[in-house]
Design a protein around this ligand. Structure first.
Ligand SMILES: O=P(O)(O)OC[C@H]1O[C@H](OP(=O)(O)OP(=O)(O)O)[C@H](O)[C@@H]1O
Ligand SMILES: Nc1nc2[nH]cnc2c(=O)[nH]1
Length: 197
């Protein structure tokens, strides 16, 4: 879906579909260069990484397996004080496998840190992180884990290409910063985004 019918809800489009797909192709090639003939397991984090995971797998110039996890994070703005709950576990055995955790965005890093720790307990051969977007606060958070990042972005709430605001905008092909007045509705009042009835 293009963004024209929700244009009033968006402050700015930061990445076009073409920019995203070009970068996804580069990430797939970089990962393949790293894994060579081995077959990694892409673990997509639902629901924000659904689009990214599928596109990454389709761009990957070799064999991959795909699994899914869903988690709910309760972040209080920093990694130390939040918590994460598992909503849906992987249905693949990753013992001895090369695992790539694929997420749409790393913000506080709470979700990714929890996923790394959780999956490490299952004794994979390796864990790699691949996120399409990384927010400014988290530039240092994945130390020790090989990390592939699509784009470093600003602090605004980003929607589109799988990322949502209260369930909306996931099907936008671009990535955009949500307008502040729509974003403000996240805290407190339940407000229907403009242009929606
Ligand atoms: O680095 P963090 O601060 O932990 O935030 C990152 C998480 O936030 C988003 O998911 P969200 O909680 O919005 O749920 P969703 O996947 O259902 O969109 C995103 O897909 C990450 O999983
Ligand atoms: N949709 C969305 N979810 C997030 N979770 C943490 N940061 C973001 C963001 O920018 N957009």
């Amino acid at each position: 879906m293009d963004a024209s019918h929700v244009a009033d809800d968006l402050q700015s489009v930061i990445l076009t579909e073409q920019q995203i797909l070009t970068r996804v192709g580069e990430l797939a090639a970089e990962l393949h260069k790293n894994f060579g003939s081995r077959t990694p397991v892409l673990v997509g984090v639902l629901g924000g990484a659904a689009t990214f995971t599928v596109d990454l797998a389709r761009a990957y110039p070799g064999q991959v397996e795909i699994g899914w996890m869903a988690v709910k994070s309760y972040s209080t703005g920093n990694r130390a004080s939040g918590s994460v709950r598992l909503l849906k576990d992987l249905d693949l055995d990753i013992t001895g496998r090369d695992v790539v955790i694929v997420d749409g965005v790393i913000d506080t890093g709470l979700t990714m840190s929890w996923l790394i720790a959780n999956l490490a307990q299952r004794e994979p051969a390796s864990i790699t992180v691949c996120a399409l977007l990384r927010k400014p606060e988290t530039a240092h958070l994945e130390a020790g884990t090989p990390t592939y990042i699509g784009f470093d972005v600003g602090a605004g709430l980003i929607v589109g290409y799988g990322l949502d605001h209260e369930g909306h905008y996931r099907n936008l092909r671009c990535a955009a910063v949500l307008a502040p007045e729509v974003y403000a509705a996240r805290r407190g009042r339940r407000v229907v985004p403009r242009g929606r009835t």
